[in-house]
Each structure stands twice: as C-alpha cells, then as structure tokens.
Design a protein around this ligand. Structure first.
Ligand code: CP
Length: 333
C-alpha cells in the first residue's frame, strides 16, 4: 500500500499493525525526549484546503516527533487565488522534495486524484487522506479505533478486543466522513454497530449504503440473527446496553441554508446527556471526533466528565496513530 486513502480495503492484519505501531509510539511520547530519528531527512507537507485544528496540527507534530521536516500549505495565503490548480499546487510541493503529502479537501476524491497524479509521474510520494468531503477520514477512523481498543486493553490494543461490543454512532451520519471510516474498521472488528440519527441526517437510502459494509451471517437456523450494522431513527434503541457512544458533529457547512433539525431541536431529540446514558452499559464511554458543538451533540456535563468522555484521549491518540501512519508509509511498509 503506497497511499492511505480509505479504510475500505484494510485487512485485520493492517489494523493490528497500525495499533501495535501506534502503541510503541505512545511509549515514545511518554519519554522525556519524545522524539525518534525515524524519518530524518524526509519532508512531510500538509495541504489543507479545508479548515482543521486537530488533524493538521497532530500530523505536523507527529512528523516533527519522527524528526521529519514539515511544510504547511494554507489556501488563504496561497497562489490558488491567482488561478493555480490543485494538481499544480501538489506538483509544486513535489518539486520541493516532498516525500509524504497529507491532504484535506472539501470535495471527495481530491486526495485520490493527487495520489493518481503522483503515481502517473512515477514519483515515490505517499499521499495520506486527511478528510475528503463526506467520503472518508481514515486517520480519524484509526485513531478512534486505537482509542476504543486502548480503553478496553491499555497494554495490548488490538482489533479483536472490540468483538461483540455494542457501539452506537449518533448524529449526522449522512455528511460524516468519520462515520464512513469508522464503519469499515468497526465492522472488521466484529463489534455490533448501531447508527442513530434524524431522518434528514440518516436517510432511508443509507440502509442500502450500510449493506456495502456488511455480509449477512450465513445463519438460516437463527431467524433472530442480525446484521452487524443496524440503523435507527430513534436514539434509545441504539443506546440500550451500549459500551461506547460515538457522537458526530452537525456538519452545517455541508447542509445548505436551512438546518433540519436546528441545533436546539437536535439536542432535544438526539443530544447526549447524562440522563439519556442511563440505558447504556454503566461503564459506557463517549467519543466525538471534534470540533464539538457543546449543548448540541453533547451536554457539557458529559463532555467534561473524565469518567465518561474519551474526547481528550482521542486527541492524544491522534499523535501516536499519525506517527505510526507516517512511519509505516514513510518506510515503505
Ligand atoms: N476531527 C477532525 O478532523 O478535527 P479537525 O477538523 O479539527 O481536524
């Protein structure tokens, strides 16, 4: 695998390789020096055509912890405004000696198009998708997986620890690249996945989309057996006995002018509050990829409760996981 563009074709071996490598880098990050010479001399360029706080900063920090050089492209102050194309922008950074490009764009497919161009030019450049439109956000999917697995087994995080765990993904599924990447990894883990959201954000057509992720178990003798992904418009069935609740941001920028439901309406019916969590496993943990709209997807009492919220752990995990990804791609593995 030269590039990381999607989790759709990831194998259990690849998930576990990323988890184990990230766990080693977590140990490195706990040391005083926090730095290894692994990617010394390599150039990592972040090309973010869409806003980011966590992903861009943690890729930059991960590259620095691996001793790589870094360049950050930001569209506002770039020659895009003078008519330069995205591909020519990427080729400009190629000409400066970039080894790894980390790309975010509001349109699905842009990292894939740049990867294709880099391959057509027979370069050695690796491309990492840092979020393309509503399509995928694979590094977020992997850091969420690492966060879930370390919550269950801090010493040896591996895919298998999620088998049989009930995981609810709640919110704006329709516009969420995070949900798509998470679906690939969670289904591969054998977790029982429940999606919940309002009809406008979880359209019926999504039931067909979900079928792409699942192979019904060949179990004709058990009419009660269910697909590993279930879709609900009501919140409570998804929350009952849930071990983890992954909440998603209302992506207003992808919804047009008229928000349905409004933030207030959404919170009233789908917002995660302490009271709503009473039906979950008593040890339930909450995740959110960020940025969070407080009082919309999550109440502050949930978000700020360290016994409930894994949100800060997700951000911390992001550095170790992105070190693993840069290391594995940078060393040709
Ligand atoms: N989770 C995530 O992608 O956050 P940013 O948009 O801040 O990078």
């Amino acid at each position: 695998r030269r590039h990381l563009l999607s989790l759709a074709t990831f194998t259990p071996w690849e998930y576990n390789t990323v988890l184990q490598t990230a766990n080693s880098f977590r140990e490195v990050l706990s040391r005083r020096t926090k730095k290894v010479p692994t990617l010394q001399g390599q150039l990592v360029t972040t090309l973010f055509f869409e806003a980011s706080t966590r992903t861009r900063s943690s890729f930059e920090l991960a590259a620095k912890r691996l001793s790589a050089d870094t360049l950050n492209f930001t569209p506002g102050s770039s020659s895009l405004s003078k008519g330069e194309t995205i591909l020519d922008t990427a080729k400009t950074y190629l000409a400066m000696g970039t080894d790894i490009m980390v790309i975010r764009h509001q349109q699905a497919g842009v990292p894939q198009a740049i990867a294709q161009e880099m391959d057509r030019l027979q370069t050695q450049v690796r491309v990492l998708n840092a979020g393309d439109g509503h399509h995928e956000h694979p590094s977020q999917g992997l850091l969420d997986l690492f966060t879930l697995c370390t919550a269950l087994d801090a010493q040896k995080p591996q895919l298998e620890v999620l088998r049989g765990k009930k995981i609810a993904i709640v919110g704006d599924i329709a516009h969420s690249r995070v949900a798509r990447s998470n679906l690939w990894s969670l289904v591969a883990s054998g977790a029982e996945v429940h999606l919940a959201g309002p009809p406008t954000l979880l359209p019926l057509a999504f039931k067909d989309f979900v079928k792409d992720f699942v192979t019904p178990a060949p179990d004709p003798g058990n009419p009660g057996s269910t697909l590993p992904v279930q879709v609900h418009w009501a919140l409570e069935p998804a929350l009952v006995d849930a071990d983890f609740v992954m909440t998603l941001r209302l992506q207003q920028e992808r919804m047009g002018q008229h928000l349905l439901p409004s933030g207030r309406e959404y919170h009233q019916h789908y917002g995660i509050t302490r009271d709503r969590l009473r039906v979950c496993n008593p040890q339930v943990k909450i995740l959110h990829p960020g940025p969070v709209n407080r009082g919309v997807e999550l109440s502050s009492e949930v978000m700020d409760d360290p016994a409930l919220s894994l949100v800060p752990h997700q951000v911390t995990s992001g550095v170790a996981v992105r070190m693993a990804l840069l290391y594995l791609l940078g060393s040709g593995r």
